[in-house]
Ligand binder design. Structure first.
Ligand code: GUN
Length: 286
């Protein structure tokens, strides 16, 4: 079987172009420029790269961005005060605090301080609640949202399919499972305590792997023709690799996302989409 490589980079570009047209059209009607504020605490190189890519994407779409850099030793109160200031600033449509945060900071307090209407990461409990009940309000977290968008734009039907998610994190695994369920997939979640992982994965029409371990899944564990979505980004001596051993899946999978160039660019494209949604809601644009 020929395995189709799902080009996340290209699909993300298409989304950015759609959003760019939207920004242009709305600004021509007299609306202000959309704006995303990104808070980066400390100088973790991976986080710096992610934030740089988010700022670059804003430039491409025509969204104004600001980077707020804070020292790794910043106090929780100073960070929360900055978030509250951004909550109150009407020129700011979206707020993102890059994770992970230093040990002295309570991540949950940070996330819950962000105004849910500006929480473009979709991490606030109110947005998680909206996503879980499927009320169509709030923001879908960017990485799992990107997984669904990749499948849809690649012409892969979720409805009625056996979907297996490997990983149960609050950032990716759990929301990915909820979103697949909302698309009428039959969903199984596997995690570190799962006994018959290979057998379950072999039953998957759609396999989403977000476990954070390099080459955790290989070709012998997947079903012929399966769509394999690799969410992992692992830094190894051999460079960036996914949670899936892509090479061993070639000729077995029906479609697969590469790492890099699969889910990664989609996460940022979905952040742009959420920021535009926030902007439209805040400006009462239908
Ligand atoms: N760190 C890794 N992924 C993410 C993400 O999606 N959002 C934020 N804020 N931090 C992250």
């Amino acid at each position: 079987m020929e395995t189709k490589i799902i080009d996340g980079k290209q699909i993300a570009k298409e989304i950015r172009i759609e959003l760019k047209h939207k920004v242009k059209e709305l600004m021509a009607q007299g609306y202000p420029q959309p704006k995303l504020s990104v808070i980066l605490v400390g100088n973790d190189p991976a986080s710096e790269t992610y934030v740089r890519n988010k700022i670059k994407a804003c430039e491409k779409v025509g969204i104004e961005s600001e980077q707020i850099l804070m020292d790794a030793s910043v106090s929780q109160e100073t960070l929360l005060a900055e978030i509250r200031r951004l909550n109150e600033d009407p020129s700011v449509n979206g707020i993102l605090v890059q994770l992970p945060l230093p040990k002295q900071i309570d991540v949950d307090a940070v996330i819950q301080t962000i105004d849910p209407a500006k929480d473009v990461d979709g991490f606030h409990i109110e947005n998680v609640g909206s996503m879980t009940v499927g009320d169509g309000r709030g923001y879908i977290p960017c990485t799992p949202g990107g997984v669904i968008e990749l499948l849809k734009r690649s012409g892969i039907t979720i409805d009625g399919k056996q979907c297996v998610v490997v990983g149960r994190s609050n950032l990716v695994g759990k929301p990915a499972a909820i979103l697949l369920l909302q698309e009428n997939g039959t969903v199984t979640i596997c995690h570190s305590h799962t006994k018959n992982l290979t057998e379950i994965c072999q039953g998957a029409d759609i396999l989403v792997v977000a476990i954070g371990r390099a080459h955790f899944i290989n070709g012998s564990q997947i079903k012929e023709g399966a769509a394999v979505i690799d969410v992992g980004i692992n830094r190894t001596d051999a460079g960036l690799v996914g949670d899936v051993d892509t090479a061993s899946c070639m000729g077995i999978a029906g479609a697969i996302t590469p790492v890099p160039g699969g889910v990664g660019p989609m996460t940022i494209a979905m952040l742009m989409k959420n920021t535009m949604e926030a902007y439209q809601v805040q400006n009462h644009i239908a």
